[in-house]
Each structure stands twice: as structure tokens, then as C-alpha cells.
Design a protein around this ligand. Sequence first.
Ligand SMILES: [Fe+2]
Ligand SMILES: [Fe+2]
Length: 182
Amino acid sequence: MTYASSDLRNEHEGILFGLMILEKMIMLIRSGKKVEKEELLEMLNFLKLFADKCHHGKEEGLFFPAMERVGIKNKNGPIGQMLMEHEQGRKYIKGIGLALEADPVDMSSFIENAEKYIELLRNHIDKENTVLFPMGDKLLGKEIQEELLEKFEVFEEEVMGEGTHEKLHEMLHKFEKKYLKA
Ligand SMILES: [Fe+2]
Ligand SMILES: [Fe+2]
């Protein structure tokens, strides 16, 4: 059986990969090298669309509600904690956006928000992968798993639009060559 969490785990890999590139960009900026603002904006767009709108959207709109229906607690429970972390992430994303919009770009605020975001998301993903998703794999029945996977697909098409995922992957690939393999 394919678990609904498998799709979310795959997206986690994509997000972690993006964070690795972002981390490298920060390292270069810290060492005095120039990273084009345009590319920082592209990374921001990736985090907004892929990590937040698509991935967190699927969790908040579909996966977590299914978990709640089988008894996992939201308020004062693991789901509430995850939702709080999504919110915190949105604050850092907003901070990154404001720093890049400033004229001239506020690099120290960019770095501060981006580093906090990276740390938050890595911990968050680790918790979901090791605690929350195994719970879901155990508690959600086969039919619900399949239904969730179908709904994920529809959600992706409706929220992201056709071809958006592919474009974002292309961007990661382009940055991989430039920042991780150079
Ligand atoms: Fe999450
Ligand atoms: Fe997640």
C-alpha cells in the first residue's frame, strides 16, 4: 500500500534540497561574494509556492484533518504544534520578503530570517517524518490513504497550476549546478 505520507515525504526531500542551496547562498554572502537578488527572489518564490502553499497547504487542508478524525489531537497536541511551526515559518518568509524588497536590500535581516527558517523547517520536517507520519501510516486505513493521495493530486493541480512543480524542480536543478557542484 502507498501511504499518503509518501507524497509528503517526497516533498520534504525537495524542501530540504532547496534549504541546502539557500544555506550555500548565505555562506557565499557571508564570505563577501555577490549573490544576485534575482536568484534570492527565486528561492523565496520556491519556499512560498512549494514549501508553504503546496506542501503546508496539503498538510493543513487534508492530511492533518484526516489525522484529527482518527483521534490525533490538534489543540495542545502534535497537530497544533505543527500548525504553530507553519505559522512561525510564514513569519520568517515574510521577513525574508521584506528584507529583499528594501532598497538597498537588507542583507543582515535576509540572513537572519533565512537562517531561522532553515533551522525551523529542518526540525519541523524531522518531527513529521519520525513522529507524525508514522502515526498516520498506522492509524489511517487503506481507503483513507488512497483518498488522500488522490486529493493531494487535485490540490496540486488547482493550487499550483499545471507545470508549476516541474518549473520549480528545474530551478532547483539550475541552482544545484551553480551552487552545490561548482
Ligand atoms: Fe508541516
Ligand atoms: Fe511537512
